[in-house]
Write a protein that binds this ligand. Structure first.
Ligand code: ADP
Ligand code: MG
Length: 235
């Protein structure tokens, strides 16, 4: 696969929750292309629509307007997700959590075992293989979530505020692991964040404000950096 393969393309994509006067438009007419090898930060304050946009890219939501095409994504293993926290299943140990997407995709047991062991090693949590999620720290759990996408080897990794609940040093280690996972697998990486220090670790940046994905190279408006935006009404 060449480095400029188009994985997903959004044109005028919108997502509204509800209808009529109480509807909330979470995403207004977003235009975005994601290609193999991209390292994209989607930056905006809480409530600006970052998670909604990521859910559209992940097929977790269907757009209520516009079009999304995914010429470079087909199999069930092609999209990997890392959420802000609590992405591990409490009843499964670290190894089982990491193996889950492979098991669901029908990957042979022997191959799964090897991929999981390697992924846990790359993100530095191999020593925790038999622990349950409530026996490890938040930063370790996020690295396990990264190991899970690394083992899955998707073409597109979507991480929604993956460092949002971590201190800076721990968050930096999780980002290191995410970037290492994307580099190893050749995946595109899209990270949402409201933290400029996180965004600075990625190559390209797109700003979200009030549900609008601003054009590339827009200056980050300095106001309201961490202030939640009010719900928006349909015109
Ligand atoms: P961010 O991730 O940037 O904090 P979100 O995408 O979560 O923003 O939310 C964008 C807007 O959509 C907010 O106004 C939020 O309240 C609203 N929203 C998100 N999910 C839902 C939902 N399931 N139902 C109704 N409104 C929602
Ligand atoms: Mg969010």
């Amino acid at each position: 696969m060449s480095s400029d393969d188009l994985l997903v393309s959004c044109r005028g994509v919108a997502l509204a929750f509800g209808r009529g006067p109480t509807a909330v438009v979470a995403v207004h007419g977003a235009d975005l292309d994601v290609r193999s090898g991209d390292r994209l930060a989607v930056v905006g304050p809480s409530g600006s629509g970052k998670s909604s946009l990521l859910h559209l890219l992940a097929f977790l939501e269907r757009p209520t307007g516009g079009t999304i095409v995914r010429p470079g994504l087909d199999g069930s293993r092609d999209v990997g997700l890392v959420f802000q926290a609590d992405s591990l299943i409490p009843a499964l140990d670290v190894t089982e959590n990491t193996a889950l997407p492979l098991v669901l995709a029908g990957c042979p047991e022997e191959e799964t075992r090897g991929l999981v062991a390697e992924a846990l090693d790359v993100v530095g949590v191999a020593g925790l293989a038999d622990r349950l999620p409530d026996e490890i720290s938040g930063g370790q759990a996020q690295r396990v979530a990264v190991a899970r996408v690394l083992a899955q080897a998707p073409r597109l990794i979507l991480a929604d505020e993956p460092t949002g609940r971590l201190d800076h040093a721990t968050g930096a280690r999780v980002l290191d692991a995410l970037l290492a996972a994307a580099d190893r697998t050749g995946a595109a990486l899209v990270v949402t964040t409201h933290d400029p220090a996180v965004a600075a670790r990625l190559t390209t940046h797109r700003i979200m404000r009030d549900g609008r994905l601003l054009p590339p190279d827009t200056e980050n408006p300095p106001d309201h950096q961490d202030v939640p935006t009010a719900p928006k009404e349909l015109p």
